[in-house]
Each structure stands twice: as C-alpha cells, then as structure tokens.
Design a binder for this molecule. Structure first.
Ligand code: C2O
Ligand code: CU
Length: 478
C-alpha cells in the first residue's frame, strides 16, 4: 500500500501526536454512545384531537431523538431493529466511511428483524443533517422513520435561540391512520406519494405550532424536509429572514426574497431571524407548496409579552463558518454526464432493464420502474448493475446532470458535497455547496466535487418513490 502525501502527512502528524501524549492520556475527542430503536408505536399528532396514529419511528419518539454533536466528536450508534421489516440507517449529508453509510445490499446487509448493527464514525462537518432508513425508504421514511442530527460549529454565530423544524407529511384516512398504499406505480411514475397532513416536528401543522421568542432575540431556525415527496415553499410574515446555510454548509448570508424558502425532499436550510416584532405579537409561517394539504399555516412566531431584550438586533455576524471541504478545481476537472428520462408524462423512453432493452412505459406496471439514468432503470439497491460512474479517488469532477423528464427531481449524492456551478448552462454566482439539489423539469445542472471518499456511493432522487422506480444508482470511487 502506498500513502499519498496528504495521508502520509496525516499519519506522521498522528504519530507525532501519539508520541507527545503521556502514556494513558485520554484522547482529546469524545465519543458519544447512542442507542436507536426503530419500532412501531402510537402518537397523538394533534394535541387538540384524541386520535392516536400508528407511526414507525425511533425510541418511541416521533420524530426520532435529535442527535447533537460537536464537530470532531465520534459517534457510536447501536441500532436494535424492533420493526417487522429489515432496516438500516443512513446519515444524510455526513461524510462517513462508506461502510457506515447505511445502504442495504451496497454498504451493509440490512439489519434483520430483531437484529442489531453498530454504526461508528467521526463528525467531520458541522451543520444541520438528518437520519433515516435506506431500506424500502419510500415506505419506511413515509411512515415516520427520521430524526434530526445537528453538529455544532466550533465557533457558532451568537444566537438567543436555536430551533429545529422538521417538516414532513402523512397520508391519513378518516380514522387518522396512515393509508397503506406505499409503492403504487401511479406515485412512482408521477410526483411521488404525498400526504394530506403536513407535520412540523411530528405534530399537525397549524397556528398552534409555536416558536416562542422574546422581542429583540436572534433566532436560528434549522429547516429539514423529511417528507418523502413533498416540496415546501415557506414564507415568514413580518420578518426578514436571512439564509446562512444550505444542507449544513455555511454560505454568505443573503435575504429570503418574496418567492419564499424552497425546500425539496432531503434538503436543509438554516435561517437567521432577528425577532424585532412587538411583545405579544403573532406572525404566521405559511407554506405555498403544492398540492395544498391540511396545515398550510405551518406555525407561528409567538412573542412573549416581556419587554424587548435589546432595542436593536445583535451586531455580531450571523455567518455560519464553512467546513473544510475539498475544493474542486474546474481547470483540471473531468467531465461526466448523467441523463434522466422517464415518468408518466413525456416521450416514450427506451432503456435497459435487467440487461434487456425495454420500452419503459410498457414495463411500468409489471416491473414498478418508471425512470432511467443513463438509459438504465434499476430496482433499489440491485447489485447486478453497473455503477453510473467510476471515478478515481482524488479526481476532480464536473458532473453534468441533464433532466429530460417533465418532472422536478431533488438529486442527492452520498458521502460528498458538491458545488452547484451552473444551471441551464449559465454560471451560478453563489456556487453553494449542497448534498441535494433540485433539478427543474427539462433542465440541466452542472455540479463539481472532489471524489475524495472511496467506496460505492448512492446517487438518487430524494422523491423516494422515484428512487424506488429507477432513479437510484451508484458512483464508485476507486
Ligand atoms: Cu437521504 Cu440516499 O438519502
Ligand atoms: Cu425524482
């Protein structure tokens, strides 16, 4: 085995550090040990109604517990599967070693019913993340298996409150139970299975979902879209919110414009809000996403009647410090292409299914596949297929994504962040880092990254019904 220069420097530094430590000294980094138990249990989604809804989630909490770390800590997370199905946990956005990525059939065997699996990794990057299964995710995530994972910055911007809003939805019947119609081809081939009840932190969205503040306070609001197919578009009445991070990665703060805060499935947005309203004030947070569902008013910023804590907003910076992500160099990047086709609307598509050329529209109902990537449709986690791309470790990559479908797709790459370089051939001035990005219908998008993390990484649409219906492939980094 040969070490490259960086690895060599790292191991030399590690050796130096080891030599400098007195014998028996504790390592500087702390390890948090956590137990997660996925299971079915009942919860009251609406405190104003007695109905109890069966959900699948973790540790009898819905959403699952918020996992909080400091950057550089290590996590050891033992999962005991109490579900009636196999499962795994994927740490969405975290740069973990491939074997810890939680993808059944690719990075690990699924955790059997009654089985146990231990995940262990270092928290390399600060930011707002989340966790969810990667096994039959179109059903398991839709039933409620998700939780927030927060990694604190070394020097976080000063705020008075730090709140998480995990947004999702459920498809409920009259008894307020989940409709068990997961994996229908109609959803797979269209916009995915969307619920009729929006949830904020696992409770029915509405004016009663309050963020309690005191006038003058600075609020950091972390939004996570854990819905399996719903796109949100939020507006906050009476406040100027500032974007400070996308998908956990700090960026130059800039104001939310009137088109609202867009969040595709899987995505996160961190906002900073100086709450300068009058004591006792109430301001709604609304969703303009489609289709409308119960809970278009998601919640309220509710001011206490106490006197303001300060007359003017805090003067300190709201910027979230960036993580040390490897910077792609476009001058030496290699070009790669991934093209998307399929769906119920649009031109007929010829693709390869299980090695056979097929007309996708003809096999939809029988095979449950409706989408192709680079002319290939595959079932979730099918191992017999070729990776979409094979990259060299350390390769600088300019990935051209071409969406030839009539649908939008939130595309997610595991184990890496990429810079959004261009949209429809026009340079994107902000070049933000993302791990999930929405491609508009019939559009193209160029993203750049360094293929730094060896292994086989999923690349898929985060409309989980699309992922199940062919928009799921892998990128191998050798
Ligand atoms: Cu949020 Cu492949 O996952
Ligand atoms: Cu999609």
């Amino acid at each position: 085995m040969t070490l490259d220069r960086r690895e060599f420097l790292q191991s030399a530094a590690a050796l130096g550090a080891a030599l400098a430590l007195p014998a028996g000294a504790a390592p500087a980094r702390k390890t948090q040990s956590i137990d997660l138990v996925p299971a079915e249990f009942r919860v009251q989604l609406d405190p104003a109604s007695p109905a109890r809804t069966a959900v699948w989630s973790y540790n009898e909490q819905f959403p699952g517990p918020v996992l909080r770390f400091h950057r550089g800590e290590r996590a050891r997370i033992a999962v005991r599967n109490q579900l009636a199905q196999e499962t795994t946990i994927h740490w969405h956005g975290l740069r973990v070693p491939n074997a810890m990525d939680g993808v059944p059939g690719v990075t690990q065997l699924p955790i059997p019913v009654g089985g146990r699996f231990e995940y262990a990794f270092e928290l390399k990057d600060s930011g707002t993340y989340w966790y969810h299964p990667h096994q039959a995710s179109y059903e398991q995530v839709a039933r409620g298996l998700y939780g927030a994972l927060i990694v604190e910055e070394d020097k976080p911007p000063k705020v008075d409150r730090d709140e998480i809003w995990m947004l999702s939805d459920f498809k409920l019947d009259e008894q307020r139970q989940q409709v068990e119609d997961f994996g229908r081809i109609l959803d797979i081939a269209n916009d995915g299975r969307r619920g009729n009840q929006i949830l904020v932190n696992g409770l029915a969205a509405g004016p009663e979902r309050k963020i309690e503040v005191r006038s003058g306070e600075r609020l950091r609001l972390r939004l996570i879209n854990a819905a399996s197919a719903r796109f949100f578009r939020l507006s906050i009445e009476g406040h100027e919110a500032m974007y400070v991070a996308f998908d956990g990665q700090g960026l130059e703060p800039h104001p939310v414009l009137t088109d609202g805060i867009a969040l595709g499935p899987g995505m996160r947005v961190d906002l900073m809000i100086d709450c300068m309203g009058k004591p006792g004030g109430r301001f709604e947070i609304r969703d303009a996403g489609r289709p409308k569902a119960s809970g278009t008013v998601l919640g309220t910023i509710a001011y206490s009647t106490q006197a303001p804590v300060r007359a003017k907003p805090l003067a300190s910076s709201i910027a979230v410090p960036p993580n040390a992500l490897p910077e792609p160099n476009l001058a030496k990047a290699s070009d790669h292409y991934i093209m998307f086709q399929g769906g119920m609307r649009g031109a007929p598509v010829i693709g390869t299914v299980d090695g056979k050329p097929s007309r996708i529209q003809d096999i939809m109902a029988k095979q449950g596949l409706a989408w192709t990537m680079n002319y290939n449709a595959q079932h979730e986690h099918a191992l017999m297929h070729e990776p979409l791309l094979t990259l060299r470790s350390g390769e600088h990559v300019l990935l051209h994504m071409v969406n030839e479908t009539d649908f939008q797709h939130p595309m997610h790459l595991h184990g890496h962040f990429f810079r959004v370089v261009a949209v429809n051939g026009t340079a994107n001035p902000r070049r933000e880092w993302r791990d999930t990005v929405v491609m508009a219908p019939r559009s193209s998008m160029d993203v750049a990254f360094v293929a730094e993390n060896p292994g086989e990484w999923m690349y898929h649409c985060h409309i989980l019904d699309h992922a199940a219906g062919g928009m799921m492939g892998t990128i191998v980094i050798e």
